[in-house]
Design a protein around this ligand. Structure first.
Ligand code: ADP
Length: 183
């Protein structure tokens, strides 16, 4: 089972992804976590993407797609995966569909977490994870990028009938209950 966990920054993708993988025994692939780990370890990829993440902009599609392509060759992804923060552009979604088709698999569902913008901003600014992009400007930039570049991914998967809209407000447990019902 391959699930895309979709939503703006601060919607709770990372938190819910952990709940889903523990409950359903799936792998978890977060492109944001992969980039942050590369930056921390000062790998060539990390050095290349650091200023992009700090600015709240998107890493280029070919870099992201190559990274996911390589990562998903590992056996741990065979039973299925929660994709968190990917695909984030329509071009990434198209490449992703081809990538999965080559492995004789496909996206089974997209779960779209919906949270009002004021709450997104409050959540991010109060989560205190020490992320260098969690500043007022960083959050505003990421929300703008989400609106312009990422939201069209919803229409792309809507055409395939895969979109499930979930209310992302309330307790972590109540949001997870809604997700479990959909899955
Ligand atoms: P958030 O949802 O809070 O913005 P993520 O951890 O998903 O956090 O992403 C952090 C940053 O990593 C993004 O702002 C972007 O710079 C980069 N990034 C992550 N995933 C992608 C992707 N699929 N395509 C392009 N850039 C990405």
């Amino acid at each position: 089972m391959n699930i895309i966990l979709f939503g703006p920054p601060g919607a709770g993708k990372g938190t819910q992804a952990e709940y889903i993988v523990n409950h359903f025994g799936l792998a978890h692939l977060s492109t944001g976590n992969m980039f942050r780990s590369a930056i921390q370890n000062e790998t060539p990829l990390g050095i290349k993407v650091k200023s992009i993440l700090d600015a709240g902009e998107l890493v280029s599609d070919d870099v992201v797609v190559d990274l996911v392509q390589e990562e998903t060759t590992k056996d741990m992804y065979l039973a299925g995966c929660v994709f968190d923060g990917f695909p984030r552009t329509v071009a990434q979604a198209e490449s992703f569909d081809h990538m999965l088709a080559n492995k004789n698999t496909a996206v089974d569902a997209l779960i779209s977490l919906v949270v009002p913008e004021e709450e997104l901003i409050n959540r991010i600014l109060s989560r205190g994870q020490g992320r260098s992009d969690d500043t007022v400007e960083g959050v505003k930039k990421r929300l703008t990028v989400y609106e312009n570049e990422t939201k069209p991914v919803l229409d792309y998967y809507e055409k395939q009938g895969l979109v499930n809209v979930i209310d992302g407000t309330g307790s972590v447990e109540s949001v997870f209950e809604r997700i479990k019902n959909v899955i």
